[in-house]
Design a protein around this ligand. Sequence first.
Ligand code: HEM
Length: 249
Amino acid sequence: MASAVERFDDKASETFESVGRTTVYRGELLRHPVYSRALHWMVALFFFLALFSGFGIYLPWLFRWFTPIFGGGQLLRAMHPWFGLGFVVFFGLQALNWLQPMIWTPADSNWMRNMKKIVSSEEKMEAPDTGFFNAGQKVQFWEIVGGCTAYLITGIILWVGAPTFGRILVAISYVIHDISALIMLGGIFIHIYESTFGQPGTFQSMTRGAVSEAWAWTFHPAWYKQMTGRDPVQACEEARRQMTTGNKP
Ligand code: HEM
């Protein structure tokens, strides 16, 4: 089963790489290939479509101004479950794509214990054992996996409705559906901040697919070591020395 999933993922990755392109310049590392990037942006697109159409249903008096973009209230209601389904399907594929690097390790438990220092940027570099994704990213990933499961179950109950599932189950589903949306929305604000201003150089990993080596040794030192075989602290010090001596090696 696991190898069938891997085979599917590898095949999709190969197909996307043959139609898209990732250029990795000197001093850079490949971070996200075309397939991962395409999935991520489809996830983001359907997330926001589902979110905005959901707001239109949940708070119509407040969000009346954008209902016409979706062709009016009725169409917005009809389209919301399809946007949600699109989000869950694309995130499901992304989850298969990232399953391996998202597995929790002892390094992640350490990261969580030192979270205060990391978030307040007391340490300039992440802990040396921080791999491809850090624990914060993994927590968010697994929260989205949980959220998608909740959306799918409660969404189907709401879609099919009370005649089949009964009024109590529909009422409970409303509450779970909306709480999941609010939790995910809060997480996405943090995610967008961290992926742009919070950790400069991260955004290009989802546009061009490549990151600078300096970014890698700063934010994901263990991944840098795995990719280059070099010690991240030494690499950083060397780069610093080169800068102070006017780029002379
Ligand atoms: C316009 C908004 C968004 C931006 C600018 C953005 C940017 C990024 C970037 C740059 C990465 C790569 C991080 C890395 O390689 O370390 C990433 C990863 C990821 N994105 Fe987004 N993203 C956005 C929206 C979303 C949405 C809506 C979701 C899901 C609901 C999402 C889920 C994820 C997940 C699970 C990851 C992997 C773990 C992580 O980096 O947190 N993203 N995103």
